[in-house]
Design a protein around this ligand. Structure first.
Ligand code: CP
Ligand code: NVA
Length: 307
């Protein structure tokens, strides 16, 4: 049966822990110069409707370092939903590929693709989800802090695709999450209700109060104010989020031991200032590098190959 990574909500705590163990093992081997061809002759196909640096390249590099190969198609080349139906593309690509990564404007496209796909599908970002990012983020947090239980994760900014996926992974790993966002830009109640239904003791707080939010933070995280696909709202969002910039003043509200994270790409000078993203508390480039190690863990887990 195909194993999909669509929403982080669908993953259990033990799924996530197993992926982290795989990623950790593969990262250790990689750092020792060991690259076992665990996925020799396996083919990854990536179809993206939006630009990507980290997701695309980390999956390609992961696949190649594990002995497999990787094909990239823009959605236009794939003709998805235009030249032919989503289902027809899913069935055809599934015949050539061992695993497919999709990046789309709409989550519905990925859901529809998965309904028709006989092969493993990974969500490489949609308007609503970014599970590979959130898994990498908690993996990076675990490297920084060891035991994660009870360590506070604070997300400052838009309750977007990254925030919703972080909420699911934090909940599964017992990490209390605070979303510090303007009232109209919080994670939707419907999603939080779904989250509570699968993880009843999930701790998620949404607030506009910086002081209480940042107190005891282990991680301070932000993302762009305008995500891909929302460009028409950029001017309005710049105003709404103006006081949500992660800068030295805001970081002073968090303990000195707090680490700063950002999924990247960053709009420097908007949601974060240079002194913070390049400063001593920042672990954003370790986080970005971990995208590849996590991708390796995820590919092995999806394909049932134990490193
Ligand atoms: N963080 C992330 O997904 O980056 P890309 O958009 O470059 O893939
Ligand atoms: N929220 C951002 C994440 C980019 C990795 C976006 O969707 O554009």
């Amino acid at each position: 049966m195909a194993r999909h990574v669509n929403s982080a909500l669908e993953m259990s705590t033990s799924d996530i822990e197993q992926i982290f163990v795989y990623a950790h093992t593969l990262k250790k081997q990689w750092s020792q110069g060991v690259r076992h061809p665990l996925l020799a002759n396996r083919v990854l196909t990536q179809v993206f409707e939006k630009p990507s640096l980290r997701t695309r390249v980390s999956f390609e590099a992961a696949m190649m370092q594990l002995g497999g190969s990787s094909i990239f198609l823009s959605s236009k080349d794939a003709g998805i939903g235009g030249r032919e139906s989503i289902c027809d593309v899913a069935r055809v690509l599934g015949g050539y590929s061992d695993v497919i990564v999709l990046r789309t404007f709409s989550q519905q496209l990925i859901d529809e693709f998965i309904r028709c796909s006989g092969t493993h599908v990974i969500n490489g970002l949609s308007d609503l989800r970014h599970p590979c990012q959130a898994l990498t983020d908690l993996f990076t947090m675990q490297e920084a802090f060891g035991d994660l239980r009870g360590k506070k994760f604070v997300f400052v900014g838009d309750g977007n695709n990254v925030a919703t996926s972080l909420a699911a992974v934090c909940a599964r790993l017992g990490v209390p999450l605070t979303i510090c966002a303007p009232l109209d830009y919080r994670i939707e109640d419907g999603y939080l209700a779904e989250l509570k239904a699968v993880v009843p003791n999930a701790e998620v707080v949404q607030t506009c109060e910086f002081k209480s939010a940042l107190k005891d933070a282990a991680i301070v995280y932000t993302d762009v104010w305008t995500s891909m696909g929302q460009e028409a709202e950029a001017a309005e969002r710049k105003q709404v989020f103006a006081s949500y910039q992660v800068n030295a003043e805001l970081m002073k509200l968090a303990p000195k031991t707090a680490r700063f994270m950002h999924c990247l790409p960053a709009k420097r000078g908007q949601e974060v200032t240079d002194d913070i993203i390049d400063g001593p508390q920042s672990i954003v480039f370790e986080q970005a590098a971990n995208r590849m190690h996590l991708a390796k863990g995820l590919l092995c887990w999806v394909l049932g190959v134990e490193p």
